[in-house]
Write a protein that binds this ligand. Sequence first.
Ligand code: FEO
Length: 395
Amino acid sequence: MDKVMLKDGIHWVGAIDWNLTNFHGYLTQRGSTYNAYLIQDEKTVLIDTVKAPLFDEMWTRVKELIDPSKIDIVVSNHVEMDHSGALPRVMEELPKAKVITSPQGEKGLKRHFKKDYDFQVVKTGDSIKIGKRTLHFFLTPMVHWPDNMVTYCPEEKILFSNDAFGQHIASTERFDDQCGWDILREEAGKYWANIVMPYADQVQTALKALGGLDIKLIAPSHGVMWRGMIPKILGEYQKWSTNTTEPDRALIVYDTMWGSTERMAMALRDGLLSAGANVTVRNLKHKDISDIMTDLLTSRMVLLGSPTLNNGMLPSMGAFLTYIKGLKPKNRIGFAFGSYGWGGQSVGEMEEVMKGLGWEIPLEGAKLKYIPDDKELDDVKAIGRKLGERLKGGR
Ligand code: FEO
């Protein structure tokens, strides 16, 4: 098996989930990995485990390095079952091992597995000596569950960051410089936009707490490890956690019944382009909402379009807005549009959601009855141009 050495005595022993296409509703077209790490010192430490069905893959890697019964300590940085699912099997093999976790981690693991392992509960500032190395613990609550923590080894300058800095990518490459920045940025961004985004303030707190550490390798729990691109990914996390977007980028998200709202979307696109804005256009029938969130991550302006159906917006837009209400993107400029036959309530409904997110709505939404004519589409294009000028004006 392809266990990978990080440093002498420290190996990646995780599992690769080549077939994962959906991670609780988020499309993972590139699959994923669940990263576990083995540290061999005077004490032998396993940092995190893997999803339950992949226990054998992880254990085979461990066995190629050591007799697994020699593991003294399992560090559980996070309760979620992609990292703790195999813990019960691990603990069947290691009944005497200690489980180091956060206060919420202990509670969460007990709720999940109904077992009272030999827990050692740690908090920020605590550390343990495992031989020539030490492990320091930092609680990172709500990045992205209450129990999350990270583990730092100062002698090796390695941060075991769990979900933070992760990407859903299945690959045999284990390091950033073996993959290429564009793919990594896209997948780390998608991970942020779909999982971490609601906890931007907590990430800011965590980045400040970890800011003083000398880090040469970030070993997350998904995807590849960061060694050559650490300043780049830290820079992206800084931007994402402060809701910093591309100032001239607009995202149009719409669905359509008989094509009228789509024609409005294209007129808005043309108007935005005529003002020099960058525009991404996504039809909810053809794009998954988790991919649209990656577009939204970098877009300063978001234009939402739905016709009115049964006195409200289309269910596809309703699902998207339910999703973004939970993810809470901030600091956006919004605009709503849509065609209607007799009610026309969809535009107001979409505006209400955007206002609830605290977005600025500089212009009244555009509604057109049945099929737009050329003059009406010119008017919509003029609105798009105004919105584009607003973006280009940088306000
Ligand atoms: Fe990768 Fe929150 O689990």
